[in-house]
Design a binder for this molecule. Structure first.
Ligand code: 0O2
Length: 212
């Protein structure tokens, strides 16, 4: 493929990322209006860089005519949540959507990676209406807490800096930092539960007063 062909190849992925970003941002504002609290904090998206697509294809032994099915994260969406339990809720909203199909899920929260990486991934099939036809594209949706995202962003840039050969001590410290992020998420979840419990008992007390 020459430069122009690559541009055309990436077009439906760019469209998918733009559309999915709008949809999940809308989901956030809708949920915020319906309830006092939105499980989505913010949404980002990106189309994988051509050099990264080619590197990954080489690493996974995917031929140039198999890229569309062989590389599942050319279109990538990231959904950040405040609390770990929000992740399951957001995943359920996504499973119930009629405008995409979840092909499979990877739970790197229960089965976190060796690096310490935690996140919930969903590989989806999304129909893009191009000028000429409807085209199905694959997209990867990553759902994670703010703490998981903080860790992943730092680790990703360090890996980039060290070109995937992080010094061992740095690797160990990152693993410890991932555990600290996990503890932070648990701590925040328990505070959240206390707030919700307090709100609930306040509502219960108010209804008792109203009945008296
Ligand atoms: P980028 O720049 O985010 O696009 P692989 O694990 O890559 O062999 P697979 O099955 O596609 O193959 O991967 P996976 O693990 O399901 O998802 C890949 C993406 O998850 C990565 O994309 C990262 O975004 C994220 N990810 C997975 N493991 C880690 C990790 O240890 N650290 C960080 N920071 N992110 C991770 P890319 O292509 O690596 O990068």
């Amino acid at each position: 493929m020459d430069g122009r062909d690559w541009g055309t190849f990436l077009l439906p992925y760019e469209q998918a990322v733009e559309e999915l970003k709008v949809k999940f941002k809308t989901m956030r504002s809708e949920l915020k209006k319906r309830e006092e609290y939105a499980p989505i904090e913010f949404v980002t998206g990106r189309v994988k860089k051509l050099s990264s697509i080619l590197d990954k294809a080489k690493r996974l032994n995917v031929s140039m005519d198999q890229l569309e099915t062989g590389i599942e994260d050319i279109a990538g969406i990231r959904i950040m949540c405040q609390f770990a339990e929000d992740i399951r809720r957001v995943a359920e909203y996504i499973r119930n959507r009629k405008d995409l199909k979840v092909l499979y899920e990877k739970d790197y929260i229960t089965n976190y990676k060796d690096s310490g990486y935690r996140s919930f991934h969903m590989i989806v099939e999304y129909p893009v209406q191009t000028a000429l036809e409807q085209k199905m594209v694959l997209a990867e949706i990553q759902i994670r807490t703010l703490a998981m995202n903080f860790w992943a962003t730092i680790e990703h840039s360090l890996n980039y800096k060290y070109r995937d050969s992080l010094p061992e001590d740095m690797r160990e410290r990152l693993k410890k930092a991932a555990e600290a992020a996990f503890v932070l998420d648990n701590e925040m979840s328990s505070i959240r539960q206390e707030i919700l419990d307090a709100q609930k008992s306040f509502e219960d007390d108010s209804s008792l007063v109203a009945q008296a």
